[in-house]
Design a protein around this ligand. Structure first.
Ligand code: ATP
Length: 283
């Protein structure tokens, strides 16, 4: 793993361009941003079906723009809640992937204070990209939680988002595959008001994703990714990744099964026939 930048992202060109603009404009034209009487919008909600690259593109953006990356994941918090006996690392943040900071520990569930804490850590780490993944599980619609804890979390988000100015150098991104579950107030102007839709990839985008993901794979010479991209209508980026890793595994098995002297010193390779048979059996 590890993100090294835009070259790891296949397709999603419009989204890449929007993100570049959002992140780069304030530093290119600081005076415009300082003098503008308007609140400039730099907070982003990525939404769309699972596995279509929302998390992936945000990590790539942080790396490509040399921003520190603070990532907070919803279900991680919930899992910790369920397993409250284990020592809970509520939020782990990685700064340029070199250090880890734990924001708060041995708490039981995400509370308003954690939201405040995360935003103040982000302000201290600026310029940075503060990312909330699976945001629907962190900030669902208010009014459905008897304890009121989640409602207070959402209220604190609203307060914090209203306080984030472009020039503080904190870019707030969130991602969800269920935008309908979010509290609508989060999406009002000045909050997470740049909505970017990550859809299933087109054929051209699938080809691009396959090329990106297979860069270091041992392909036989006959592999034709163009044909594979045409066979995989409806696949997400995550599905394409699974296809390639299944092919890799299968290639290793085939290699072991056919072990003989002629294999000596050779490596298992992924053939076109193998990719095609897996692609046509998946989905
Ligand atoms: P979820 O809603 O389930 O969190 P997601 O949209 O955030 O899904 P990712 O986690 O970003 O999806 O994608 C899963 C994996 O699929 C990534 O780790 C990456 O390897 C691969 N992938 C998805 N889309 C792309 C893409 N456009 N380019 C390269 N790889 C991709």
């Amino acid at each position: 793993g590890g993100h090294s930048g835009w070259e790891d992202v296949g397709g999603l060109d419009d989204i890449q361009n929007s993100i570049k603009e959002i992140i780069e404009l304030p530093s290119k034209f600081p005076n415009t941003f300082i003098q503008s009487p308007l609140r400039m919008r730099s907070n982003v909600l990525l939404y769309g079906p699972p596995g279509c690259g929302k998390t992936h593109i945000v990590g790539a953006a942080a790396a490509a723009c040399s921003l520190r990356f603070i990532s907070v994941k919803g279900p991680e918090l919930l899992n910790k809640y369920i397993g409250a006996s284990e020592q809970a690392d509520l939020v782990s943040t990685s700064l340029n992937k070199k250090f880890r900071i734990i924001v708060g520990n041995s708490h039981i569930e995400m509370k308003r204070e954690h939201v405040r804490d995360i935003f103040s850590k982000a302000a201290a780490a600026a310029p940075c990209l503060l990312f909330f993944d699976e945001f629907d599980s962190i900030a669902p619609k208010r009014g459905h939680d008897n304890t009121g804890v989640t409602d207070r979390v959402v209220n604190q988000f609203l307060t914090e988002l209203d306080g984030v100015e472009v020039l503080t150098g904190v870019f707030v991104f969130a991602a969800t595959s269920r935008p309908d579950l979010l509290d609508a107030a989060l999406l009002r102007p000045g909050r997470l008001d740049r909505l970017l839709f990550c859809d299933f990839p087109s054929q051209r985008e699938r080809l691009d994703i396959l090329a990106v993901l297979s860069r270091k794979l041992p392909f036989a010479e006959d592999v034709n990714l163009d044909a594979i991209s045409h066979m995989t209508e409806g696949f997400s980026g995550a599905d394409l990744q699974a296809l390639l890793s299944d092919a890799q595994l299968e290639a290793v098995h085939n290699f072991l099964d056919s072990e003989n002297d002629s294999n000596q010193g050779k490596m298992p390779v992924i053939t076109d026939a193998l990719l095609k048979s897996i692609a046509s059996n998946a989905k």
